[in-house]
Design a protein around this ligand. Structure first.
Ligand code: ISJ
Length: 458
């Protein structure tokens, strides 16, 4: 991401003015009878961060290095949660309501903007447990401080919900604490961390047996595809330096979305190649990403993987079709090369019918057969019996929502959940009637590798 060294001013100069202007702009609204959300935005000469600040407790971090776009949220201004089969309907209504009553003020060149983070578990029935401390089934969260870097420009927004803001002086001091946290951000010294594997869940042997059962079920015609996953639990000799981990992943995977979330407990981070949904006004873009090969694989291997890829393309096409005026789907899949592996990739783009919102698309899309299976119902039932651990947010989604039907949501893959000196890693593979258990196991190992490497190098 481009640095803004040329625009950099000594921090205290703009900070003093910002403090004064924030007060002048926010106070009349805080003293009024207005309700709903308030945002006050400023353009500031702040260089991009490659991770959340060291002392932050609650944050959401979203970065797309390739397009020089990064969002960082600190603290909590407002949050709405949902679960169950209507969770996206509920959050859609919430989001529309919030946007309707949002007072937005901006200073200088900053454009007033509405931004919220959206995150959700794979399963609408997921209930947060000890393993996923602080992670709700699905939520929309508006941070108290939002920093957005895009193409060399940085806008900082101070947010609050006027119904819950408390006394103005307390709010200003919380805002200033968030800002201090952001400005105090420093690099941490390099440390070597050694790992020891605690356990695999399930063991490699039983996972291969599960794969063989699923292959038999596909041969019988009970299902076409099911994605089975496994988890690795690791313990390190000191707390995992997740910020360093994140910056390492961004360096190595600039084409992926780099994500990190904490609600005060565990830290979830990911370098995911799969964009679930990207909308802006009436345009929609989805990735069909399924079928995995070593980077140096031959075309014959790609033909085998096409079995896994085709159902994903057709499910996304079917989900989008009724919502779109026009839909274009690449004729043949291309290859998306990551460092050690490649995925078959098809871009699906459309023009939405008037009034179609991002959350309505999400409701039809998730879970795609890239992470669930086909037919959806049978595959989910199969997974329910076989996977004896909670996927939590793994294969769920995370990203942000904005004005004008903007949304950028990723599938939570290639992720790790960190708790002190422990980490849980997740990986899965699509199983069809042509799958081979040993090959699928190898595929999950290839998917673990980037995070394992980053963890042991950070
Ligand atoms: C389930 C995962 O990945 C998904 C499954 C893929 C496959 O089966 O080939 C490829 C990309 C993802 O859609 C994972 O990385 O854990």
């Amino acid at each position: 991401m481009a640095r803004q060294a040329d625009k950099l001013q000594p921090v205290p100069v703009w900070l003093g003015r910002l403090r004064m202007e924030l007060r002048q702009l926010a106070m009349p609204v805080l003293m009024s009878s207005r309700r709903g959300l308030l945002s006050v935005s400023f353009e500031v000469p702040l260089t991009p961060l490659d991770a959340p600040p060291a002392d932050a407790q609650v944050w959401q971090f979203w970065q797309r290095p390739e397009s020089e776009h990064c969002l960082l949220g600190l603290g909590l201004a407002h949050r709405e949660t949902a679960s169950g089969s209507r969770r996206f309907h509920h959050l859609d209504a919430v989001w529309q309501g919030l946007r309707g009553g949002w007072t937005r003020i901006s200073q200088g060149h900053a454009r007033p903007r509405a931004r919220a983070f959206l995150g959700f578990a794979f399963d609408p029935g997921f209930q947060p447990d000890d393993a996923w401390e602080g992670f709700e089934n699905a939520l929309i969260q508006i941070p108290r401080l939002l920093v957005e870097w895009h193409h060399g420009c940085c806008v900082i927004s101070f947010n609050c919900h006027l119904d819950q803001a408390g006394k103005p002086e307390q709010l200003f001091s919380r805002w200033m604490d968030d800002l201090d946290l952001l400005l105090k951000h420093t690099e941490t010294a390099e440390k070597s961390v050694s790992s020891c594997l605690i356990r695999e869940q399930p063991s490699a042997g039983s996972w291969q047996r599960q794969v063989a059962d699923a292959v038999n079920a596909a041969e019988r015609g009970d299902l076409d595809k099911v994605v089975l996953s496994r988890s690795l639990k690791l313990r390190f000799n000191r707390p995992v330096e997740h910020r360093r981990l994140l910056s390492g992943l961004a360096r190595r995977y600039p084409g992926c979305n780099i994500l990190s979330v904490s609600f005060g407990g565990d830290v979830l981070l990911a370098a995911t190649p799969e964009r679930l949904l990207h909308t802006s006004a009436q345009r929609v873009h989805c990735d069909a990403l399924a079928g995995t090969l070593p980077v140096d694989a031959r075309n014959r291997d790609a033909d085998m993987e096409a079995h896994e890829h085709a159902p994903v393309v057709s499910a996304i096409r079917n989900a989008l079709d009724p919502l779109c005026k026009e839909l274009s789907v690449d004729e043949c899949p291309g290859r998306l090369n990551l460092n050690n592996l490649a995925h078959l990739y098809t871009a699906i783009r459309g023009e939405l019918r008037p009034g179609i919102r991002a959350m309505q698309i999400l409701d039809r899309l998730h879970p795609t057969p890239a992470v669930g299976g086909m037919p959806r119902k049978q595959a989910l039932e199969w997974m329910g019996q076989d996977e004896r651990w909670q996927r939590g947010w793994y294969t769920g989604g995370f990203g942000w929502l904005g004005d004008n039907n903007q949304a950028d949501l990723s599938v939570l893959l290639r992720c790790a959940r960190i708790h002190g000196n422990r980490a849980s890693l997740y990986a899965g593979a699509g199983i069809t009637r042509v799958s081979d258990p040993q090959r699928e196991l190898r595929e999950t190992e290839m998917k673990f590798e980037p995070m394992l490497r980053a963890l042991t190098e950070c």
